[in-house]
Design a protein around this ligand. Structure first.
Ligand code: HEC
Length: 192
Protein backbone atom coordinates (compact mmCIF):
# COMPACT_ATOMS: atom_id res chain seq x y z
CA UNK A 1 0.00 0.00 0.00
CA UNK A 2 1.36 3.40 -0.96
CA UNK A 3 1.83 5.85 1.85
CA UNK A 4 -0.31 8.99 1.74
CA UNK A 5 2.06 10.78 4.11
CA UNK A 6 3.88 12.86 1.43
CA UNK A 7 0.56 13.99 -0.01
CA UNK A 8 -0.77 14.92 3.42
CA UNK A 9 2.45 16.78 4.20
CA UNK A 10 2.16 18.75 0.95
CA UNK A 11 -1.48 19.58 1.67
CA UNK A 12 -0.60 20.71 5.18
CA UNK A 13 2.13 22.95 3.73
CA UNK A 14 -0.24 24.47 1.18
CA UNK A 15 -2.87 25.02 3.84
CA UNK A 16 -0.23 26.67 6.00
CA UNK A 17 0.71 29.06 3.18
CA UNK A 18 -2.90 29.89 2.43
CA UNK A 19 -3.88 30.50 6.04
CA UNK A 20 -1.38 33.37 6.42
CA UNK A 21 -0.24 34.79 9.76
CA UNK A 22 -1.46 33.26 13.01
CA UNK A 23 -3.78 35.15 15.36
CA UNK A 24 -0.77 36.09 17.52
CA UNK A 25 1.20 37.37 14.51
CA UNK A 26 -1.79 39.42 13.41
CA UNK A 27 -2.25 40.90 16.87
CA UNK A 28 1.46 41.83 16.96
CA UNK A 29 1.16 43.55 13.56
CA UNK A 30 -1.93 45.43 14.74
CA UNK A 31 0.02 46.64 17.79
CA UNK A 32 2.84 47.82 15.48
CA UNK A 33 0.37 49.52 13.15
CA UNK A 34 -1.10 51.37 16.16
CA UNK A 35 2.39 52.56 17.06
CA UNK A 36 3.07 53.67 13.48
CA UNK A 37 -0.18 55.62 13.16
CA UNK A 38 0.37 57.11 16.62
CA UNK A 39 3.86 58.25 15.60
CA UNK A 40 2.50 59.94 12.47
CA UNK A 41 -0.34 61.66 14.36
CA UNK A 42 1.99 62.88 17.11
CA UNK A 43 4.73 64.19 14.81
CA UNK A 44 2.42 65.84 12.32
CA UNK A 45 0.19 67.27 15.06
CA UNK A 46 3.21 68.74 16.85
CA UNK A 47 4.59 70.37 13.71
CA UNK A 48 1.13 71.62 12.71
CA UNK A 49 0.59 73.31 16.08
CA UNK A 50 4.08 74.86 16.00
CA UNK A 51 3.54 76.13 12.44
CA UNK A 52 0.14 77.59 13.33
CA UNK A 53 1.77 79.51 16.18
CA UNK A 54 4.77 80.70 14.17
CA UNK A 55 3.34 81.30 10.71
CA UNK A 56 -0.42 81.55 11.16
CA UNK A 57 -2.96 79.32 9.37
CA UNK A 58 -2.06 80.15 5.77
CA UNK A 59 1.66 79.64 6.48
CA UNK A 60 0.87 76.37 8.25
CA UNK A 61 -0.84 75.09 5.09
CA UNK A 62 2.54 75.24 3.35
CA UNK A 63 4.15 73.30 6.22
CA UNK A 64 1.41 70.69 6.06
CA UNK A 65 1.78 70.38 2.29
CA UNK A 66 5.50 69.77 2.54
CA UNK A 67 5.78 67.89 5.83
CA UNK A 68 2.71 65.60 5.85
CA UNK A 69 3.98 63.40 2.97
CA UNK A 70 7.56 63.52 4.35
CA UNK A 71 6.50 62.43 7.84
CA UNK A 72 4.36 59.63 6.35
CA UNK A 73 7.42 58.44 4.39
CA UNK A 74 9.65 58.59 7.49
CA UNK A 75 7.17 56.63 9.61
CA UNK A 76 6.69 54.07 6.80
CA UNK A 77 10.42 53.45 6.70
CA UNK A 78 10.78 53.34 10.47
CA UNK A 79 8.01 50.75 10.99
CA UNK A 80 8.23 48.78 7.72
CA UNK A 81 4.65 49.60 6.69
CA UNK A 82 3.13 51.79 3.99
CA UNK A 83 1.59 54.61 6.06
CA UNK A 84 -0.53 57.43 4.65
CA UNK A 85 -3.57 59.59 5.29
CA UNK A 86 -6.60 59.31 3.06
CA UNK A 87 -10.11 60.79 3.02
CA UNK A 88 -13.25 60.44 0.89
CA UNK A 89 -13.14 64.26 0.76
CA UNK A 90 -9.42 64.52 0.04
CA UNK A 91 -7.34 67.66 -0.14
CA UNK A 92 -4.06 66.10 -1.36
CA UNK A 93 -4.83 64.64 -4.82
CA UNK A 94 -2.98 61.46 -3.69
CA UNK A 95 -5.27 61.07 -0.67
CA UNK A 96 -8.11 59.15 -2.40
CA UNK A 97 -9.09 56.04 -0.40
CA UNK A 98 -9.11 52.60 -2.06
CA UNK A 99 -12.10 50.26 -1.59
CA UNK A 100 -10.80 48.77 1.67
CA UNK A 101 -9.99 52.21 3.12
CA UNK A 102 -13.40 53.65 2.17
CA UNK A 103 -15.18 50.71 3.78
CA UNK A 104 -12.97 50.88 6.87
CA UNK A 105 -13.76 54.57 7.38
CA UNK A 106 -17.50 53.98 6.90
CA UNK A 107 -17.35 51.24 9.55
CA UNK A 108 -15.43 53.46 11.97
CA UNK A 109 -17.97 56.27 11.45
CA UNK A 110 -20.78 53.86 12.39
CA UNK A 111 -18.93 52.82 15.55
CA UNK A 112 -18.36 56.48 16.45
CA UNK A 113 -22.07 57.21 15.96
CA UNK A 114 -22.85 54.22 18.20
CA UNK A 115 -20.91 55.89 21.01
CA UNK A 116 -17.36 54.49 20.77
CA UNK A 117 -14.53 56.76 21.95
CA UNK A 118 -12.90 58.59 19.00
CA UNK A 119 -9.33 58.29 20.39
CA UNK A 120 -9.16 54.51 20.09
CA UNK A 121 -11.27 54.05 16.99
CA UNK A 122 -9.40 51.67 14.69
CA UNK A 123 -9.77 48.43 12.75
CA UNK A 124 -7.56 45.88 10.97
CA UNK A 125 -7.81 42.87 8.70
CA UNK A 126 -5.73 40.43 6.66
CA UNK A 127 -7.03 40.57 3.08
CA UNK A 128 -6.32 38.44 0.02
CA UNK A 129 -5.42 40.30 -3.17
CA UNK A 130 -4.44 39.00 -6.64
CA UNK A 131 -0.81 39.64 -5.69
CA UNK A 132 -0.98 37.97 -2.26
CA UNK A 133 -2.12 38.63 1.27
CA UNK A 134 -1.93 42.06 2.87
CA UNK A 135 -2.27 43.33 6.40
CA UNK A 136 -4.48 46.44 6.45
CA UNK A 137 -5.11 48.82 9.34
CA UNK A 138 -7.14 52.04 9.67
CA UNK A 139 -7.24 54.62 12.45
CA UNK A 140 -9.95 57.30 12.47
CA UNK A 141 -8.90 60.96 12.51
CA UNK A 142 -11.75 62.77 14.28
CA UNK A 143 -12.28 66.48 13.66
CA UNK A 144 -11.23 68.64 16.61
CA UNK A 145 -11.87 72.40 16.92
CA UNK A 146 -8.28 73.10 15.72
CA UNK A 147 -8.93 71.31 12.43
CA UNK A 148 -11.72 73.75 11.53
CA UNK A 149 -9.16 76.49 10.82
CA UNK A 150 -8.43 74.69 7.54
CA UNK A 151 -11.21 72.10 7.17
CA UNK A 152 -14.28 73.96 8.52
CA UNK A 153 -17.28 75.48 6.76
CA UNK A 154 -15.98 77.59 3.83
CA UNK A 155 -18.10 80.51 5.12
CA UNK A 156 -16.06 80.58 8.35
CA UNK A 157 -12.56 80.12 6.85
CA UNK A 158 -10.23 83.13 6.87
CA UNK A 159 -9.84 84.76 3.45
CA UNK A 160 -6.08 84.17 3.55
CA UNK A 161 -6.68 80.43 4.20
CA UNK A 162 -9.19 80.21 1.36
CA UNK A 163 -6.77 81.97 -1.00
CA UNK A 164 -3.88 79.68 -0.04
CA UNK A 165 -6.01 76.54 -0.40
CA UNK A 166 -7.31 77.67 -3.80
CA UNK A 167 -3.73 78.24 -4.98
CA UNK A 168 -2.21 75.03 -3.59
CA UNK A 169 -5.19 72.66 -3.84
CA UNK A 170 -7.48 73.72 -6.69
CA UNK A 171 -9.39 70.40 -6.42
CA UNK A 172 -9.76 70.58 -2.60
CA UNK A 173 -12.78 68.71 -1.20
CA UNK A 174 -11.70 68.86 2.46
CA UNK A 175 -13.85 71.69 3.87
CA UNK A 176 -17.28 71.75 5.46
CA UNK A 177 -16.39 69.61 8.48
CA UNK A 178 -17.73 69.97 12.03
CA UNK A 179 -16.26 68.66 15.30
CA UNK A 180 -17.02 64.99 15.88
CA UNK A 181 -16.95 64.02 12.19
CA UNK A 182 -14.27 61.66 10.89
CA UNK A 183 -11.97 63.75 8.69
CA UNK A 184 -10.14 60.71 7.27
CA UNK A 185 -8.00 57.78 8.36
CA UNK A 186 -4.39 56.89 8.83
CA UNK A 187 -4.05 53.87 6.54
CA UNK A 188 -1.34 51.31 7.29
CA UNK A 189 -0.53 48.46 4.91
CA UNK A 190 2.00 45.65 4.65
CA UNK A 191 2.35 42.94 2.00
CA UNK A 192 2.63 39.53 3.71
C1 HEC B 1 -3.10 74.80 8.83
C2 HEC B 1 -4.18 74.16 8.13
C3 HEC B 1 -4.60 72.77 8.57
C4 HEC B 1 -5.06 72.38 9.79
C5 HEC B 1 -5.20 73.21 11.05
C6 HEC B 1 -5.40 70.97 9.65
N1 HEC B 1 -5.16 70.55 8.37
FE1 HEC B 1 -5.54 68.69 7.61
N2 HEC B 1 -4.72 69.24 5.87
C7 HEC B 1 -4.19 70.48 5.58
C8 HEC B 1 -3.50 70.42 4.32
C9 HEC B 1 -2.77 71.57 3.64
C10 HEC B 1 -3.62 69.10 3.85
C11 HEC B 1 -3.02 68.48 2.60
C12 HEC B 1 -1.64 67.95 2.98
C13 HEC B 1 -0.95 67.27 1.87
O1 HEC B 1 -0.76 67.89 0.81
O2 HEC B 1 -0.57 66.12 2.07
C14 HEC B 1 -4.38 68.38 4.85
C15 HEC B 1 -4.70 67.05 4.76
C16 HEC B 1 -5.34 66.32 5.72
C17 HEC B 1 -5.63 64.91 5.64
C18 HEC B 1 -5.20 63.97 4.52
C19 HEC B 1 -6.26 63.62 3.56
C20 HEC B 1 -6.50 64.73 2.55
O3 HEC B 1 -7.59 65.30 2.62
O4 HEC B 1 -5.61 65.03 1.76
C21 HEC B 1 -6.27 64.58 6.78
C22 HEC B 1 -6.80 63.19 7.14
C23 HEC B 1 -6.33 65.76 7.59
N3 HEC B 1 -5.77 66.82 6.92
C24 HEC B 1 -6.87 65.80 8.86
C25 HEC B 1 -6.78 66.89 9.71
C26 HEC B 1 -7.20 66.86 11.09
C27 HEC B 1 -7.85 65.68 11.78
C28 HEC B 1 -6.90 68.09 11.61
C29 HEC B 1 -7.06 68.56 13.04
C30 HEC B 1 -6.42 67.77 14.05
C31 HEC B 1 -6.30 68.88 10.54
N4 HEC B 1 -6.23 68.12 9.40
C32 HEC B 1 -5.89 70.20 10.67
C33 HEC B 1 -4.28 71.60 6.36
C34 HEC B 1 -4.66 71.61 7.67
Amino acid sequence: MKSTAPILATLALLAGCASGPTAEEQAAMAADARKASGALIQKLGGELKAALGEKGPDGAIGVCKERAPQIAAEVSKQFGFEVKRVSPKNRNPAGVPDAWEAEAQAGLEKRLAAGEKPETLDTWQVVSTPTGKQFRYAKALPVQPLCLTCHGDPATLADSVKARLAADYPLDKATGYAPGMVRGIVSVKRAL
